[in-house]
Design a protein around this ligand. Structure first.
Ligand SMILES: Cc1cc2nc3c(=O)[nH]c(=O)nc-3n(C[C@H](O)[C@H](O)[C@H](O)COP(=O)(O)OP(=O)(O)OC[C@H]3O[C@@H](n4cnc5c(N)ncnc54)[C@H](O)[C@@H]3O)c2cc1C
Length: 406
């Protein structure tokens, strides 16, 4: 019998897209969405971008409560955390109460990693939620001297937002090269130049020894002994998938909920978004992505597979993310593990626009652009089709020639 009772745990991007996709696929049963935050589902990328700018911010909610209830027919339980999963009885535990499901989508996302020893120290924040963003924005409004710990994408966007307001910003990165895991060493160095160009003090290869202050942050002491005065510290050192509530449920957990290529994690159970680790058939490997596009796409596939299991389809994708730093957009498609990275357009020392390709064997496996919005998706398409390295380089040459003659 097809499922009649869909439960979605997590009321953010993946949770919402799952509900939308289930309805689009003709599901007419009940949908209950449970979210730990008190907010309606909202969009996270603006939190480290437009939301931090000087202009009056708009809370980035996807839909009103009425639209969720009346148009999508979703019963929302906000401010409620799933605390366990009983797969034998097909029930989600919410503290003392239990919620029956016959199809379940797990979309509990991830939580920002924190630095130890700073609990209760005012002025030290992570940036994952709307509440975090409000606090960071308030500090920037007050003209905070800002220290960002970790030169990842979110930390770099915070630095960029602070510099746009003319504030002093230092970014501390423990690794010798920023973003090495995300885009490789060479292009990590290229991206880092954007910080130098915009007056951000980027210090790599040095850790944070401790954060000092009487009740409120006053300075950050680095492992080389340097002390940086600070009113605001934003910690951007990655995120952990929210799987604690699934401990003991029998689901396989390994840095995320382990799923097959159908995003299936167990009997009637699917996962999507930042919490899901699934087998991506396109690269024949397990992946867990923390990217907006894959969270939305996975949710749609997971929900369709959950409500129509007999017609389940695998989810295959070329990973994609973007990030906005200062006046530049960085975009990446594919995977950064490469034998060769070749800059095929632009001189990073001089030009605003840079295009780099990533080779593994004789295949194109990745592409990074800075201000290359009109070309990045072409490379995503080439990777999807399994294009050869020679074809990809020839395509890039042709695009460059066309751009130069325009
Ligand atoms: C500041 C910021 C900027 C970003 N910018 C970009 C960008 O520029 N480009 C890009 O590609 N990606 C970006 N991302 C990543 C993107 O936003 C995420 O990939 C996306 O939000 C993942 O959606 P999700 O629904 O899987 O998880 P989340 O958005 O993390 O949502 C999970 C929800 O589940 C809830 N939850 C957790 N545990 C439970 C529980 N036990 N019971 C009930 N509810 C629970 C959480 O409270 C949360 O509301 C950014 C992320 C952040 C934080």
């Amino acid at each position: 019998m097809s499922p009649q009772n869909l439960v979605v745990i997590g009321a953010s991007l993946a949770g919402l897209r799952a509900a939308e996709a289930a309805r689009k696929a003709g599901f007419s049963g009940t949908i209950t969405m449970v979210g730990a935050e008190h907010h309606l589902p909202y969009d996270r990328p603006p939190l480290s971008k437009a939301y931090l700018d000087g202009v009056e911010p708009k809370a980035p909610y996807f839909r009103t409560e009425e639209k969720l209830r009346d148009d999508l027919g979703v019963e929302l339980l906000l401010g409620a955390s799933a605390t366990g999963l009983d797969t034998a009885n097909k029930q989600v535990l919410l503290g003392e109460s239990r919620l029956d499901y016959d199809a379940l989508v797990i979309a509990t996302g991830a939580t920002a990693r924190r630095l130890p020893g700073v609990a209760g120290l005012a002025g030290v924040h992570t940036l994952r939620t709307l509440d975090d963003a409000m606090a960071v924005r308030g500090a920037l409004d007050a003209g905070a001297r800002t220290v960002v710990v970790g030169c990842g994408f979110i930390g770099s966007e915070v630095a960029s937002g602070a510099r746009k307001r003319g504030l002093e910003v230092t970014v501390v990165e423990a690794q010798p090269t920023p973003l090495a895991r995300a885009v490789g060493d060479e292009m990590g160095r290229v991206c880092a130049k954007l910080h130098h160009r915009h007056g951000t003090d980027l210090r790599c290869g040095v850790g944070v020894e401790r954060i000092e202050g009487e009740g409120r942050v006053e300075r950050v002491v680095l492992s080389d002994g340097t002390a940086i005065d600070a009113d605001l510290v934003v910690v951007g050192i990655g995120a952990e998938p929210n799987t604690e509530w699934l401990a003991g449920s029998g689901l396989a957990l390994d840095d995320g909920v382990v799923c097959d290529e159908y995003l299936c994690a167990g009997d009637g159970i699917y996962a999507a978004g930042d919490v899901a680790r699934w087998h991506n058939p396109l690269f024949d490997r397990a992946m867990r992505l923390e990217h907006w596009t894959s969270a939305a796409e996975q949710a749609a596939v997971a929900a369709r597979n959950a409500v129509h299991p007999a017609e389940a389809k695998p989810y295959r994708t070329v990973p994609y993310f973007w990030s906005d730093w200062y006046d530049s957009r960085i975009q990446f498609v594919g995977i950064p593990a490469a034998e060769e990275v070749r800059i095929v357009e632009g001189d990073p020392a001089r030009d605003r626009r840079v295009v780099a390709l990533y080779r593994e064997g004789d295949r194109l496996v990745g592409a990074l652009t800075i201000n290359g919005q009109n070309v990045i998706m072409k490379f995503r398409g080439l990777i999807m089709k399994g294009a050869s390295w020679a074809d990809a380089v020839a395509f890039a040459e042709q695009r460059r020639a066309v751009a130069a003659s325009a």
